[in-house]
Design a protein around this ligand. Structure first.
Ligand code: HEM
Length: 469
């Protein structure tokens, strides 16, 4: 049942769309999208400055855009405006070129292939916590960013980015920060020599230097590491030509960007949510202690770490790293009976749909239990879509879910992350949704606590046997 308020949707070439101010889109896009949904229902056609945009908030309509009529759309303005960063990589390219690249990259994300990445993910997570000390204060977001960057570098490009991690990490962060400004991204052409644009250029050049080095080293060695980079290097076009360094650069920068910040933010939000929900945290610890004890998690443990999986699912519901998606209409057609014409934008926000009380009880609450008893199967397909859908669905979906669960398990086995009082944790909705000022935490070793428990148990057991003697 759609809740469009038809009177408020005056589409049609002669009538034009309802005017709506750009207002808080830049400062608080989450609030902006929420307000539009509240005011107009499942579909709204608005004219924001000169942009005609259809906002849709119903899973069935989202399915129409992403799946049924996907060919009538291209990627939206923000991604297009960032083409000078992503180039013709998987995220931004279109048509036959995109399809060819997607087919080339797909094998690196097949189930069996990503299964072989599990041990690397756990190793790096263990490496990270081996440097953590009880009582220390850290920024959980920064730690997760470093970790996921290393993992993407190692698994997809067999490159140890530790030595480059600081440089790449800082440059990527700056790019994302600059991308956070919609007004600038959409209205200021990237070639204008503004201070922000010059900075983006500098940071992109910095990352490119590292990527070109990784590509050149691999080309020179001729080594087949069996990873994504080897697959891309070995690929031949129909006419036998290889991918150019520029194409390789576009794919690698895309995967570094799309593949590390999203999972890192998901984990940062998860730590923040866990710290505020002690009952959930306790249940998570109980599962980890039962299934793993003191042993490191492995791929085969994931089917038994059911609650751990629900924690990630729920965290991605409330804080979806990709909080909204956009498309541009390339062929005139209708959505829910309303005519849409070439050049119009279409926007849909996971942030809004994932918090819609029609699909979720107490939608603002963090309740991993809600996913028990197959809620996913009972929901409309696009009531939960953290990875998008249709042909352009996230290629890293299974990679990310496995990585998030293994990292969460490895760290939560050893540490509890306590929030540092008065540190503001607020979402910054840029291309991704991340904590604006990070998540400052105090580390609390769990082993200390389980050792104390064991000692207490031994003491009482000894006392009892002494009594029995
Ligand atoms: C929790 C983590 C992640 C989330 C929430 C996420 C979300 C998304 C979403 C929503 C899309 C679709 C964008 C659209 O339709 O416009 C997407 C696309 C993509 N993602 Fe992810 N992603 C995550 C992790 C990853 C990882 C780990 C990788 C790679 C290692 C990755 C690589 C990509 C690529 C290459 C695309 C473009 C796919 C295409 O158009 O063919 N993502 N992601």
């Amino acid at each position: 049942m759609l809740h469009a308020n038809r009177k408020k949707f005056p589409v049609g070439p002669s009538e034009g769309l309802k005017r709506w101010s750009l207002g808080p889109l830049n400062d608080n896009p989450l609030e902006y999208f929420t307000r539009i949904a509240r005011e107009f229902g499942d579909i709204a056609g608005l004219r924001i400055l000169n942009f005609k945009t259809i906002f849709i908030n119903h899973p069935d309509l989202i399915e129409e855009v992403l799946v049924t009529n996907a060919r009538k759309y291209s990627k939206g303005r923000v991604l297009r405006a960032n083409r000078h960063v992503f180039g013709e990589g998987l995220l931004t390219s279109e048509g036959d070129f995109w399809l060819r690249q997607r087919r080339l990259a797909q094998p690196a994300f097949h189930r069996e292939r990503i299964a072989s990445y599990a041990a690397t993910m756990v190793d790096y997570a263990q490496g990270l916590v081996s440097g953590w000390r009880d009582g220390e204060e850290r920024d959980a977001h920064r730690e997760m960013m470093r970790l996921t960057l290393q993992i993407v570098g190692k698994t997809l490009f067999d490159a140890d980015v530790e030595r480059d991690a600081q440089g790449v990490g800082k440059s990527l962060e700056l790019l994302l920060e600059i991308g956070a400004n919609f007004r600038r991204t959409i209205f200021v052409p990237h070639w204008l020599p503004t201070p922000a644009n010059l900075r983006v250029k500098r940071e992109v050049a910095q990352i490119e230097k590292i990527l070109y080095r990784i590509i050149a080293e691999r080309r020179a060695s001729g080594r087949d590491a069996g990873d994504l980079l080897s697959m891309l290097l070995a690929a031949r076009d129909d006419d036998g030509s290889k991918m150019t360094d520029k194409q390789l650069r576009d794919e690698t920068i895309t995967l570094f960007l799309a593949g590390h910040e999203t999972t890192a933010s998901t984990l940062s939000w998860t730590w923040w949510l866990l710290a505020q929900n002690p009952a959930v945290e306790k249940k998570l610890h109980a599962e980890l202690d039962t299934v793993l004890g003191d042993r490191a998690p492995a791929l085969d443990d994931l089917p038994n770490l059911v609650y751990t999986g629900h924690v990630i699912t729920e965290s991605l519901r409330l804080y979806p790293a990709a909080w909204g998606l956009a498309r541009l209409v390339v062929e005139d057609h209708e959505i829910a009976g309303y005519p849409v014409t070439k050049g119009m934008g279409v926007a849909m926000a996971q942030w809004v749909v994932h918090r819609d009380p029609r699909w979720y009880d107490a939608p603002e609450e963090f309740r991993p239990e809600r996913w028990e008893n197959d809620l996913m199967k009972r929901l409309p397909r696009f009531a939960y879509f953290p990875f998008g859908g249709g042909a352009r669905q996230c290629i890293g979906n299974a990679f990310a879910l496995m990585e998030a669960a293994l990292i969460l398990a490895t760290i939560a086995q050893k540490f509890r992350l306590r929030l540092v009082p008065n540190h503001p944790v607020v979402p910054l909705a840029s291309i991704t949704l991340r904590p604006r000022h990070g998540v400052r935490v105090t580390l609390e070793a769990r082993r200390k606590e389980s050792r104390q428990r064991n000692e207490a148990e031994r003491f009482f057991a000894g006392e009892q046997s002494a009594v029995a003697d």
